[in-house]
Design a protein around this ligand. Structure first.
Ligand code: HXC
Length: 258
């Protein structure tokens, strides 16, 4: 399907979505968010895709929600439409594993979108921030909640109260990103990592993702219970049998479900 604001391709078993509004630094317009949701629906439905990478340009992953589009919204507009609407959360709802590959600015809704992926791989040029306070509003797509869980209260407070940006090195130290790579290698490296995941057992990967996500949704004791039940469930899969047999027989596993 041709899109106006994003590019979508598959590289082997990896779905690659590139945000593509270069003149607006990939500001997240309503159309872009709608198209991203449609692309993610299609990639989730495509059985040949085992993992998804979302990226932007060298200059910007996304510089936030589209300020020009929302500047004249009234309270009634945003309240009645429940802005931001559920479609903004589509990335967070993916069952397949997702990676945000971030170069340049990931600000406001852009930082919030990146945090909706399973993990963030950053270029050394990446800059993260929640600068909404500097334009008279606050994060509205989960930033105050997700950033706090990623980096803790002090850094999240400082960033949300001052709008200070965090560079890639600080983001790695703080645990916001899994790794930092040279900008020129970002997309290839993200696709390589996604491919590695996509070549594993798909149901077991989805179970692992569910278990880690439980750490964000619940208490430690409940999370441990969730983990144990999911761990037990892996023993109902053919791929647990195959994986352990392959280890015992000193060969590579041939996963049944990819
Ligand atoms: C609309 C944007 C935009 C945005 C940049 N542009 N960010 N348009 N919404 N969020 C546009 C600019 O208006 C400009 O258009 C073009 O992109 C290039 O931007 P410049 O500012 O000229 O580039 P530069 O000087 O390099 O500065 C880059 C920047 C700056 C530091 C990233 O653009 C910036 O501060 N942007 C806004 C960041 C922000 O406040 N984000 C939070 C948004 S609120 P023209 O037409 O002039 O060339 C938010 C709330 C989320 O995200 C809540 C839930 C959805």
């Amino acid at each position: 399907m041709p899109y106006e604001t994003i590019l979508v391709e598959t590289r082997g078993p990896v779905g690659l979505v590139t945000l593509n509004r270069p003149k607006a630094l990939n500001a997240l317009s309503d159309l872009l968010v709608t198209e991203l949701g449609q692309a993610l629906d299609a990639l989730e439905a495509d059985d040949s895709v085992g993992a998804i990478v979302v990226t932007g340009s060298e200059k910007a992953f996304a510089a936030g929600a589209d300020i020009k589009e929302m500047q004249n919204f009234s309270y009634m507009d945003v309240y009645k439409a429940n802005f931001i609407t559920a479609k903004w959360e589509r990335l967070a709802k993916c069952r397949k594993p997702t990676i945000a590959a971030v170069a340049g600015y990931a600000l406001g809704g852009g930082c919030e979108l990146a945090m909706m992926a399973d993990f963030i791989l950053a270029a050394d040029t990446a800059k993260f921030g929640q600068p909404e306070i500097t334009i008279g509003t606050i994060p509205g797509a989960g930033g105050t909640q997700r950033l706090t869980r990623f980096v803790g209260k002090s850094k999240a407070m400082e960033m949300c109260l001052t709008g200070r940006l965090m560079d890639a090195a600080e983001a790695e130290r703080a645990g916001l990103v899994s790794r930092v790579v040279p900008a020129a290698e970002l997309v290839d490296e993200a696709v390589k990592v996604a491919e590695k995941i996509a070549k594993l057992s798909r149901p077991v990967v989805m179970m692992a993702k569910d278990a880690v996500n439980a750490a964000y949704e619940t208490t430690m004791s409940e999370g441990i219970r969730v983990e144990r039940r999911i761990f037990h469930s892996t023993f109902a899969t053919e791929d647990q049998k195959e994986g352990m047999a392959a280890f015992a027989e000193k060969r590579q596993p041939d996963w049944k479900h990819r």
